[in-house]
Structure formats: structure tokens, C-alpha cells
Write a protein that binds this ligand. Sequence first.
Ligand code: ZN
Length: 113
Amino acid sequence: MDRNTHQTGAQPNATLAAAGPAPALCPHLAPALDALLCQGARVLAAAPMAWSKIELEVVLDSGQPLAELPAHLLVNAVQTWTNTDAHYPLAQGLVCRACRHSLGWPLRSARAS
Ligand SMILES: [Zn+2]
């Protein structure tokens, strides 16, 4: 399994537009995905991740800061994460420890100017 093609940074192009309906995230993360999609985020990728035993990671193109997420989205199994290591795309998101699903989006909402 070496499918890291979505880890190449910003790809605001139409090649990714075919993601279709919301990916099948676990029920703990689905409400957060829903909320972000309602805010206008789009799904860039949904793929298994090799780097941290995550079985499904959904990557969005934008999202609000973690601190502003409604508390009811952070149920028991869900933890927040932030990557500030510049070796990787700067990102933040949620991970469900129970289901090993993850939901992430860029630290800065990079709206196309
Ligand atoms: Zn879950």
C-alpha cells in the first residue's frame, strides 16, 4: 500500500472534484465532517494512511480552527491533532481512536483568492 498521492500539498485543481458524496467516516467523526461540509469545505481525498495506523483519513480543503469546533462534535473517542511540523503539510483535524478514522484540513483555510 503506497498510495500517498494526496500528500503532495495544495492541489486546487479539478482532478479531485470527483470525490462524490461524503466518505464513509465512522459515526463519531461523521457529524464533524457534516458540519465542515456545511460550512463549505470540500473533500480532497479519502484514503488509508500508512503513517499512523489510520485506516481512513479524509482530507478537506478548508475548515475552522479546532478551538472553534462545537464541543458536541468532540465525543469520547475523538481527539484533536495538529501538525505544525513543516516537513509535512500544516494541518489539523480530528481522529477517532476507536475506529482509527481521521479527518483533517489545513491549518489556514486556504481559500482561493
Ligand atoms: Zn469512531
